[in-house]
Design a binder for this molecule. Structure first.
Ligand code: ATP
Length: 741
């Protein structure tokens, strides 16, 4: 015996603790109307986890609790305990006895217990389904419910049969897999869309990274070349400076000495030939030449300074211009948001119209908006640049006037020199011994001219060197800015001879080319870009892997669903065949012949509401399987279920229910007055069937029928006294007949 006992306490009319022991295959519960027999059947439903209070004839949980009477107080809780023998491991737990208990309190709270330990409803359902005690309750046939299987829809009927066949579990698994599949497909779509979203950005970043790599190589080369170049250039400047300084020493010293000689000669001339025209002219000429030279030298120095400044400013202007073109000023986010809003607005307008033309029009509008935006934000103007330009202009003007002054001074000097020369040759002719001093003056002045010529050339050399130095300093700043501080960290060198400038110029040209290439390939924020690229790529790889896993599990789930569907179909087909076999036998037994069978049908499944007349055309029609019952009674032409009499309906449904129970027998079956509509002859056949059914499942039959009672091993009488509480007594068959009356 699987069932051992049922204990009711405070459940419905069972105000006091009442226990039913099940010791024989058939237990019958008898008693007068309203004594509480059906409450026993409901106690089974309750303890097995039934959630529909309505199916236990109540509105709320409280209705299941003994309500009291004039003689007895009401209970605060209703509890039902069902005790199973588990020696044969009917349930998959390691206990020889399994007690399932459910308690409901007046506040509607339910408690579930297995062997005294609190569990969740889910645990009860799982435990029961493992023992083939399903949730559709096909093994508990309530009063008046016997023919439910006849008038229910083909689809529900199919579900009841699936439940009875114990294949509902595949159905649940399939549904669960389908839910998982839907979720997986949703995830796949999400991951795919995420990857689609990052793809263009990743592509862009990749290009940036390639640029960065390229510019890294160029930079490395530039750094290398710069170090070489700067070291040599610095050495060259230092060396030449030193050289020029040395070269200047002797002529300068000589000039100083000559000045002394001149002074002396002048004294002699002044003394000895005071008042002569010639000598005063010579002296005058010499003086004029001297001051003219001084003046010219000042101009040359000033011009050198101005030219230096001009070359510096020119370079600064070109850098400034380059910066303007390359970088542009940053555009504030708020302005970009305004731009985005404008574009969004245009797109929304276009969407509301929805034609291709409007989209084309919108596209060109969007382009215009962009061009205007770029135009507005382009840097066409810079105050620094303007200031530099005006400084340049001033310097240029100064340079021009200085150049003019220089030219004048030079021609003045030249004319003095030639006048002097003229005078000298004239005096030479005179061969006047007294004019030795004057000759000395001529000699000195001639030497002075030579020395000035030498010094002028030195000034030119100094100029070139200074411009080289300016260039060098500017290059240091420039390269340092573009290629980084590393490029200007060169080792100081010393040279002992002048170097070949051509080589240096070529090197510098090459550096210039590298610089341009670096600027072209240059990407701002290389570190961030590299970091972002690595992160984005990692994310993409992660997503790709996730996608792969998801696709794998999607395929797995589809396979599983297919497998489960196959299994379901196979088992269902086999089950239906078996049920049909039994159904035919029971039916023939009941009706003394005839034919009965179940037929799998396919029927339309409406997805949209049937009342949706307007959407008639859009209705999607799908098909679903159901079960039809086909019968034909012996000697009668009746075929449809509709045409059966009440008794015939009862017999047919009993035959089917029994057939179902026979194929995959549940541990117990409860039949609540299933035999109510049967006449005497059919009651006997019913009794026979009950007996044969009891071989595979334990039966608890609630009945008023003598015949049925006579098949039971144990009979319980339920009575209700004045205190409105159901009472239970074990009785003999004769007593039972009496009690039932
Ligand atoms: P029948 O033979 O007519 O089918 P039955 O023996 O099956 O009758 P039940 O339907 O099981 O009788 O019992 C119904 C009785 O239980 C009613 O008298 C009803 O008042 C009583 N009852 C139902 N719920 C409660 C409750 N919460 N507290 C007390 N009594 C209750």
């Amino acid at each position: 015996m699987n069932l051992k006992s049922l204990e009711l306490n405070g459940f419905k009319s069972f105000g006091k603790k009442t226990t039913l022991e099940f010791t024989t295959p058939i237990t019958s519960i008898v008693g007068p109307n309203g004594s509480g027999k059906s409450n026993v059947a409901e106690a089974f439903r309750f303890v097995l986890g039934e959630q529909s209070i309505k199916s236990m004839r109540g509105k709320k949980g409280e209705d299941l609790i003994f309500n009291g009477s004039s003689d007895a107080g009401r209970s605060n809780r209703a509890s039902v305990k069902l005790c199973f023998d588990n020696k044969k491991r009917l349930f998959n737990v390691d206990f020889d006895e399994v007690i399932i208990e459910r308690v409901v309190y007046r506040d509607g709270v339910n408690e579930y217990l297995i062997n005294g330990s609190k569990v969740r409803l889910k645990d009860i359902v799982e435990l029961l389904s493992g023992a083939h005690i399903g949730s559709s309750g096909h093994h508990i046939i309530s009063q008046g419910e016997a023919d439910r299987i006849l008038h229910t829809s083909p689809k529900e009927r199919k579900e009841m049969i699936e439940d009875a066949l114990g294949i509902k579990i595949y159905q649940y698994k399939k549904e669960e897999s389908q839910r998982k599949l839907e979720k997986t497909d949703e995830n796949i779509k999400q991951v795919e869309s995420l990857r689609r979203e990052i793809a263009p950005h990743l592509k862009f970043l990749k290009r940036q990274v390639e640029k960065i790599e390229k510019s890294k190589q160029i930079r490395e080369e530039l750094v290398l070349k710069s170090k070489e170049y700067f070291a040599l250039e610095e050495a060259h400047i230092n060396f030449e400076k030193q050289n020029l300084y040395k070269e200047r020493l002797l002529p300068e010293q000589e000039l100083k000495d000559l000045q002394g000689k001149l002074k002396q000669a002048r004294l002699i001339i002044e003394e000895s030939q005071k008042g002569t025209d010639e000598s005063s002219k010579i002296l005058e000429l010499e003086e004029k030449l001297g001051s003219s030279r001084k003046h010219k030298d000042e101009i040359v120095r000033e011009l050198g300074r101005i030219e230096g400044e001009i070359s510096y400013i020119l370079k600064t202007i070109s850098i400034e211009k380059e910066n303007l073109e390359n970088s542009g000023k940053p555009v504030p986010v708020s302005e970009i948001e305004i731009l985005a809003d404008e574009i969004r607005e245009e797109i929304q307008k276009a969407e509301s119209v929805g034609t291709i033309e409007i989209f084309k029009e919108t596209l060109s509008k969007v382009l215009n908006i962009f061009s205007a935006f770029i135009g507005k934000n382009k840097n066409s103007h810079s105050p620094a640049l303007e200031r530099l330009q005006s400084e340049l202009e001033t310097l240029r003007a100064k340079e021009k006037s200085l150049q003019e002054n220089l030219n004048t001074a030079k021609s003045e000097e030249t004319s003095f020199v030639s006048e002097y020369e003229e005078k000298r040759s004239e005096m030479e002719k005179n061969k006047d011994d007294t004019k030795e001093a004057e000759k000395e003056v001529f000699k000195v002045v001639a030497r002075q001219n030579e020395l000035h010529g030498i010094l002028d050339r030195l000034v030119q050399k100094e100029e070139t060197l200074r411009s080289d130095e300016d260039q060098f300093k500017m290059d240091l700043g420039d390269i340092g800015r573009i290629a980084g501080i590393e490029a200007v960290k060169y080792e100081t060198q010393r040279i002992s001879a002048s170097i070949d400038r051509k080589d240096q110029h070529e090197k510098r040209n090459y550096m210039e080319r590298l610089k341009i290439r670096l600027e072209e390939a240059g990407v701002a924020g290389a570190d961030e870009t590299l970091k972002e690229y690595t992160e984005t790529e990692e994310r993409d790889v992660f997503l790709a892997r996730e996608l792969e896993d998801l696709v794998k599990s999607s395929v797995g789930l589809m396979d599983l669903i297919k497998e489960l569907e196959q299994k379901l179909a196979e088992e269902f087909k086999i089950g239906i065949d078996k049920i049909n076999n039994e159904f035919q036998n029971f039916f023939a037994l009941m009706f003394g012949g005839g034919k009965a069978s179940l037929k799998i049908i396919k029927q339309e499944k409406r997805i949209r509401g049937e009342d949706d007349f307007d959407l008639e055309e859009e209705k999607e029609i799908k098909y679903e399987e159901g079960i039809d019952i086909e019968i034909s009674l012996p000697h009668k032409k009746i075929k449809g279920l509709m045409m059966l009499s009440g008794g015939e309906r009862a017999l047919t449904s009993i035959a089917l229910l029994f057939a179902m129970s026979q194929v995959n027998p549940p541990p117990f079956v409860i039949l609540d007055e299933t035999d109510a509509a049967l006449d005497e002859a059919n009651s006997r056949k019913y009794g026979d069937m009950v007996e044969s059914l009891s071989k595979s499942s334990e039966l608890i039959v609630i009945t008023h029928n003598r015949e049925t009672m006579s098949r039971a091993g144990v009979l319980y009488g339920v009575t209700m006294g004045k205190d409105a509480t159901s009472k239970l007594l074990s009785i003999s068959f004769t007593d039972a007949v009496e009690v039932a009356k």
